[in-house]
Write a protein that binds this ligand. Structure first.
Ligand SMILES: [Zn+2]
Length: 172
């Protein structure tokens, strides 16, 4: 694919990136979930696939443009996980509704874990490493405090998406 895209001057305060935390860096998720394309279609935020940057960020949500960027050259499973994570940032956070950075990352990654579980793929190894990398020993306490927000965001994503498998599960 050729062409060019606008170059954004990233303002850290306006963007929730997904850097790999320095502590307990989770390995990139390999494999294929089969969900990426349909999640992408269901996502209410515009998604742009971008080349990998030097900062190691796998994806980001811009609160200024209300859009998502995902590094193009990642395994499909990782892209799927990143997409749900950034979608969660879009639902839960804004320039005016901003818990601290560690809590934002915990909320987004926990939402990704819940949604992925409902879709039948397990991000536990990655997600728990990510959450602990950001939140450390505070993780459990923060999870308890944010549990309702996480559940609400996960529900909103699954309702927007409504894959047949999820509907079938609800009917049981
Ligand atoms: Zn994030």
């Amino acid at each position: 694919m050729f062409g060019f895209r606008p170059v954004y001057i990233f303002d850290v305060a306006q963007t929730d990136g997904e850097p790999i935390p320095a502590v307990d860096s989770p390995a990139v998720m390999n494999g294929h979930t089969g969900w990426y394309e349909s999640l992408r279609e269901a996502c209410p935020f515009p998604i742009c696939e971008v080349p990998a940057g030097e900062d190691g960020v796998l994806g980001s949500f811009s609160h200024r443009t209300r859009s998502i960027e995902i590094v193009e050259r990642l395994p499909e499973a990782q892209k799927t996980k990143v997409l749900i994570h950034e979608w969660a940032h879009g639902l839960l956070h804004s320039l005016t509704d901003r818990p601290d950075r560690e809590t934002r990352e915990l909320e987004a990654e926990s939402t990704a874990f819940v949604v992925a579980s409902a879709l039948g793929f397990d991000t536990a190894d990655y997600s728990f490493g990510y959450i602990v990398g950001w939140r450390g020993e505070e993780a459990v306490k923060t999870l308890k405090a944010c549990g309702t927000r996480i559940q609400r965001a996960a529900d909103a994503i699954l309702i927007a998406f409504r894959p047949e498998q999820v509907i079938a599960k609800e009917a049981v």
